[in-house]
Design a protein around this ligand. Structure first.
Ligand code: F3S
Length: 378
């Protein structure tokens, strides 16, 4: 891989140990993937934030890095943490967990990372331009950035996104290159999609059964539907999609096409549903937009519903929402918060991604259903 004089100096350790290690990480990945050079990025989104997912080993790694004086070089935002920062104790999360989580956030902020704690940085001030190169981790924000915004990022890991943030660069390979961003197969939708949960089921089906860049046609999604579709696609290996008439990079091409109809969607509902009567309904995977929060308020639920969102969206509704059953929770989500430690066993979700990870990571039982169905019951 070609390195500039400055990059060579950093690799030799002249910029300090943190930058030497960051260069080593990017160089190793770049060489493995056949990149020819490093290119500048406009922003980074770093995952590996919740104490539930990174544990003591992750905390120690971040503490060492922060103590070495490492600082990010580009605007860098953070994925959700394991607890809501303003109400963790009030909601009953374990004290030990809260303290470790606070320490993780201190390490990140001392490196100059903005503690946004959301997986929808694009709703919270970190909105890239079309065509801009970025280094984002967190599969749902990566696929949204590539497909809906038209920015360019590979699916970075927690470590490679942080290394990219410290250097302000990434290796140029994969989805940074125009030739790798074209559709690879068509998906003709042969079912009526009534809302974002149906789009999530569609994404889950395609993400679990195919690889490459799907080009969808046959429906008219709103932005939130594309968010749900992308997050579900990314539970598999897909990091970009096109949607005819809805995404900016779409070009009509002759592609081999698969059809997805009612039977395929039904198979997803059957796979993801493992309980009927959730103790709590949770919305916001990925974090809810203002419009999604308003959708919940409009249904005036009579059962408890937790809406996970960014602090920015939450602040727009700060004066109050007039329904005590709705809890607006920022900084965390139903997957990375230790909900199982609060005694929850069966959880209601509208997101296929949340359904998959609540079952597999948190060992919760799941009711995957539309918002209307989940909130209809008392
Ligand atoms: Fe975001 Fe948590 Fe879902 S990080 S995409 S709300 S699993």
């Amino acid at each position: 891989m070609y390195l500039t004089r400055e990059e060579e100096r950093l690799l030799a350790g002249e910029g300090g140990e943190a930058l030497r290690r960051a260069m080593k990480v990017l160089l190793t990945i770049g060489e493995m993937k056949g990149a020819e050079r490093l290119i500048p990025i406009a922003s980074a989104q770093v995952s590996g934030v919740s104490y539930k997912t990174i544990g003591d080993a992750g905390l120690e790694f971040l503490r060492d890095l922060a103590e070495s004086g490492a600082r990010v070089r580009v605007p860098t935002t953070l994925n959700p943490a394991g607890v809501p920062l303003d109400s963790a104790r009030e909601l009953g999360f374990p004290e030990e967990f809260i303290k470790k989580q606070e320490e993780i956030l201190r390490a990140y902020t001392s490196m100059g990372v903005i503690p946004s704690c959301t997986c929808t940085p694009y709703y919270a001030g970190n909105l890239p331009r079309y065509g801009e190169h970025i280094a984002w981790a967190e599969s749902s924000s990566v696929i949204f950035a590539n497909s809906v915004i038209g920015a360019r990022t590979n699916r970075e890991s927690a470590v490679s996104a942080l290394a990219a943030a410290l250097l302000g660069k990434v290796p140029e390979y994969g989805l940074h290159l125009e030739e790798n961003r074209r559709g690879s197969f068509g998906v003709k939708i042969k079912a009526e999609l009534k809302g974002s949960t149906d789009y999530a089921a569609l994404g889950y089906y395609v993400g679990r059964n195919y690889e490459g860049i799907p080009v969808f046609s046959g429906a008219s999604p709103r932005g939130e539907d594309l968010k749900a579709l992308g997050a579900a696609l990314a539970t598999g290996a897909i990091s970009m999609f096109h949607f005819a008439g809805a995404t900016p990079g779409y070009r009509e091409e002759k592609l081999e096409r698969v059809e997805v109809g009612e039977a395929e969607l039904r198979s997803v509902w059957e796979e993801l549903n493992t309980c009927e009567d959730p103790e709590v309904v949770t919305i916001g995977c990925p974090h809810a937009s203002l419009r999604e929060v308003l959708d919940v308020i409009e249904l005036n639920p009579r059962r408890e519903v937790w809406v996970f969102t960014s602090r920015q969206v939450k602040s727009l509704l700060e004066p109050g929402i007039g329904n005590e059953n709705i809890k607006l929770i920022a900084d965390t989500c139903m997957v990375v918060a230790p909900l199982e430690e609060l005694g929850i066993r069966c959880i209601g979700v509208t997101s296929a991604k949340a359904a998959f990870y609540c079952a597999n990571l948190s060992k919760l039982r799941v009711r995957f259903d539309s918002l209307e169905n989940l909130l209809r019951e008392e």
